[in-house]
Design a protein around this ligand. Structure first.
Ligand SMILES: Nc1ncnc2c1ncn2[C@@H]1O[C@H](COP(=O)(O)OP(=O)(O)OP(=O)(O)O)[C@@H](O)[C@H]1O
Length: 257
């Protein structure tokens, strides 16, 4: 199985999280989370269902407010900026949804045009066409430009979802379960695409996944959320080289069963 080469990215932080706490009623989900994302790296976030991965992402993009702690994204404290600044920041942080979130009544071209027309009002028709075509080409689906989402496979829909996020040229990509529900061959293709996006668009990414093959193939670093904190961080080997009973079943389910 392909393993991402070890590269040291630790010179510039694009996301800095310190002492982050979040509760819902009596349920303390995040209990002092510390996490950094460095410019250019792919960071994989692992954790059992319900451990707070989505809550963390929502706090990063300002959809939820933390109870305590600091979250800085591209040098802005998310909780302190104005709504206008938050909207500007969100344009630099692309979120690739688990279900691809395509508009089913629009063609692939219209799906990609939509965020551009809404957020880049000064672009000419020719600029828009060029951006749509080059982004589709980057995800290997230029030929699908006039198709409807319903005519595409799950893997192709994932690619279009990623293209629709990329078209705004985000500095940070957040991938939510990019390989969920896909067959193993398509998973490998999506892993490859995530790596190509990193190289070609120089994005810094957080990849949330339960798929350890994906984690190994795309993660320069892996962080595992356990009991409300990132208790294990490092290379894939660092994280799984343990007898911790909270970690072992994860590995065994993916690779042994
Ligand atoms: N707005 C909310 N109100 C109340 N509880 C919430 C809210 N959002 C999340 N939770 C709770 O916080 C916990 C963590 O949820 P979260 O969606 O972050 O889990 P997750 O790690 O992303 O899980 P999965 O891998 O299944 O997607 C869950 O128990 C969930 O019910």
């Amino acid at each position: 199985m392909e393993q991402k080469p070890v590269t040291d990215f630790r010179n510039e932080k694009v996301i800095e999280i310190h002492g982050l706490n979040k509760s819902f009623g009596n349920f303390h989900v995040l209990k002092g989370v510390d996490l950094d994302l460095y410019r250019g790296e792919n960071l994989v976030v692992l954790g059992k269902s319900g451990t707070g991965k989505s809550v963390l992402i929502k706090i990063i993009i300002g959809l939820l407010r933390p109870d305590r702690g600091d979250v800085k994204v591209l040098n802005k404290v998310v909780d302190e900026i104005s709504y206008k600044e938050l909207l500007e920041l969100r344009l630099k942080v692309g979120f690739s949804f688990q279900n691809s979130a395509l508009y089913d009544s629009m063609t692939v071209r219209q799906n990609l045009e939509f965020p551009l027309v809404r957020n880049r009002k000064n672009l000419s028709r020719a600029d828009i066409n060029k951006a749509v075509e080059s982004t589709l080409d980057a995800v290997g689906l230029l030929h699908a430009i006039n198709q409807m989402p319903s005519e595409l496979s799950g893997g192709q829909r994932k690619r279009i979802g990623i293209a629709r996020t990329l078209i705004l040229q985000p500095e940070i990509m957040l991938y939510d379960e990019p390989t969920a529900g896909l067959d193993p061959i398509t998973c490998i293709e999506i892993n490859k695409l995530i790596n190509e996006v990193q190289e070609r668009f120089h994005t810094s990414s957080i990849v949330i996944t339960h798929d350890l093959t994906c984690a190994k193939a795309v993660g320069n670093r892996v962080a595992m959320l356990l009991d409300g904190q990132f208790q294990r961080q490092g290379t894939f080997e660092d994280v799984f080289n343990t007898n911790d009973d909270r970690v072992k079943p994860f590995y065994e389910y993916n690779f042994i069963q």
